[in-house]
Design a protein around this ligand. Sequence first.
Ligand code: AMP
Length: 214
Amino acid sequence: MNIILLGPPGAGKGTQSAGLVERHGMKQLSTGDMLRAAVKAQSPVGLRAKEVMDRGELVSDEIVSDLIDANLTAMEPETGAIFDGYPRTAAQADDLDALLAKHGRSLDCVIELEVNVDALVERITGRFSCAKCGALYHDTANPPQKEGVCDVCGSTEFKRRPDDNEETVRTRMDEYRAKTAPILPGYEKRGIVSRVDGMAGIEEVARAIDGILG
Ligand code: AMP
């Protein structure tokens, strides 16, 4: 199966992708994660992307589509892909169709996580992750069981994304509304869009997604 998780920043795409990887052995293809890795490695792509990401704007379609192409090339054909944070523009949606065809895959469904945009700023500014294993947490909604210690790997080091501040989040929301939301009608015409209440608890959202995937 190849699916897209669609929704504004903070809708829960990363959290739900991690669950799908664990439950179904799929692979998460998050262009945000790929770009952050490139920034950390100070690769040419990372150097070009860093300032754009810090402002909350979108990096070029060519950069992210090339990253997706490289990742699909490296995957076993039987492993399902979860596209997380990609596509984000109409051009990327076209690129994805071409890339899926190139790699002998097809798109099974687009799951839109519906959220109350006003609640998202609080969701995003409260989130953090384990610096060692990447496990995701939230100050109030999903803190580690023991304060300051990662539930998964026991590390005591955590990090926050530099673009998870209020001003940048607002730009990211604007980018979503202007450039990403308009790609939904095209998928709707193909009859492959399902909607899930992204404001429900993490487990409830996961159950709803599993119900859609069958
Ligand atoms: P994310 O982790 O998905 O919220 O992405 C973090 C940032 O990376 C975004 O605000 C963009 O600057 C950049 N980014 C991630 N995915 C894309 C994409 N598909 N197209 C353009 N920019 C992207």
